[in-house]
Design a protein around this ligand. Structure first.
Ligand code: GTP
Ligand code: MG
Length: 325
């Protein structure tokens, strides 16, 4: 679908279009779901102009305004479900991880967050009849823990390829774009360029259906130390998460973010940990999953927050050949 150019929008001249693009607003869709404040900052235009641009983009992109319940149901029908490789895990998530959502995985070091991320970057490429999304993946790697060798190992654990196909590790690796983020500002910029990258792939046979940020909070946590900087941190994190949500909406994609836990000193009973990121992350993530280590390869995933699924737990395994029951 050849979309209109930014320059075609009311209030957008060539200079404004350039500024918008430079700030990551590369498509009509991206602008349609932006807030006036974001455009004011990105394009140095006034509030009124920003509102006009957004209204124009909404009209052109057919996004926005109220939707009736049946229209929402129609859009929900496009929601894809991505297999984790574990039946129990899929069932916990209502059949798989949903597109148009942000899934947050939080847990201690070694709980398996990065392992799940690797597995999903593979599974998203599988055909739909195998629980995949015929898509490709983008990974924003903030901790330098992406390992192509691990992808190759996990591919050995995939179910048999459909007739006439074989699983080629090189093919899988070609469909995973990885960028290292060196600090939180860089991470924010990478999320913006991910929108670009996905835009280019949208009409292709391998649209981007998965965006991983592993870890979404580590840089923020390391850089903003002390109470005085908390508001600033939360504001930046909030912007970042909204970019991610926008990515999910525009591309009908799944966003997977990982998060650490911190000790909660005021807990004497139960589990003395809680996720980093505070309310900002808690409110933006669509699904929150808490991962815990169990015996050996076993891991426990607990669904703690979901708009439409009951809370619950499941046990799965992280094996050399990937995620299993
Ligand atoms: P942090 O990023 O440090 O917070 O941890 P994480 O939650 O991302 O942990 P990660 O996903 O990296 O899990 C590491 C664990 O996965 C290891 O301790 C192993 O238990 C398991 N693991 C990693 N590679 C393999 C493998 O090749 N075979 C098996 N059986 N287990 C593996
Ligand atoms: Mg990790």
């Amino acid at each position: 679908m050849p979309s209109k150019l930014l320059e075609d929008l009311p209030g957008v001249g060539p200079a404004t279009a350039e500024k918008l693009k430079a700030a990551g607003f590369n498509s009509i869709e991206a602008i349609a779901v932006a807030s006036p404040g974001e455009l004011v900052a990105a394009a140095e235009v006034g509030e009124a102009t920003a509102a006009k641009i957004i209204a124009g983009a909404r009209e052109a992109a057919d996004i926005g305004g109220f939707e009736t319940g049946d229209q929402i149901l129609e859009r929900r029908k496009l929601v894809g479900k991505l297999t984790t490789g574990s039946k129990g895990f899929n069932e916990l998530m209502g059949g798989g991880l949903e597109t148009q959502s942000i899934v947050e995985l939080y847990g201690e070091f070694g709980s398996g967050k990065t392992q799940v991320a690797h597995q999903l970057a593979i599974n998203v490429q599988l055909p739909r009849e195998m629980g995949g999304l015929d898509g490709s993946a983008i990974i924003i790697d903030t901790e330098n823990t992406f390992r192509p060798e691990r992808i190759a190992q996990m591919i050995k654990g995939l179910p048999l390829a459909p007739e006439g196909r074989t699983w080629d590790p090189d093919e899988f690796l070609k469909n995973i774009s990885v960028a290292r983020a060196y600090n939180s500002n860089h991470q924010i910029l990478l999320a913006e360029s991910a929108i670009d990258l996905a835009e280019k792939a949208r009409g292709s046979e391998r649209p981007v259906k998965l965006l991983i940020v592993d870890s979404v909070t580590a840089h923020f946590r390391a850089e903003y130390v002390g109470r005085g900087t908390l508001a600033d941190r939360q504001q930046k994190l909030n912007k970042h998460l909204h970019d991610l949500m926008r990515f999910a909406d525009i591309n009908n994609a799944l966003i997977l973010v990982t998060n650490q836990v911190m000790a909660k000193p005021d807990t004497f009973f139960g589990d003395p940990t809680k996720p980093v990121g505070g309310h900002v992350l808690g409110h933006t993530a669509t699904f929150r999953l808490y991962l815990r280590k169990s015996k050996g390869e076993k891991r426990i995933a607990r669904l703690v927050d979901s708009p439409n699924l009951p809370d619950g737990e499941t046990v799965f395994s992280v094996t050399t050949e990937g995620l299993k029951d």
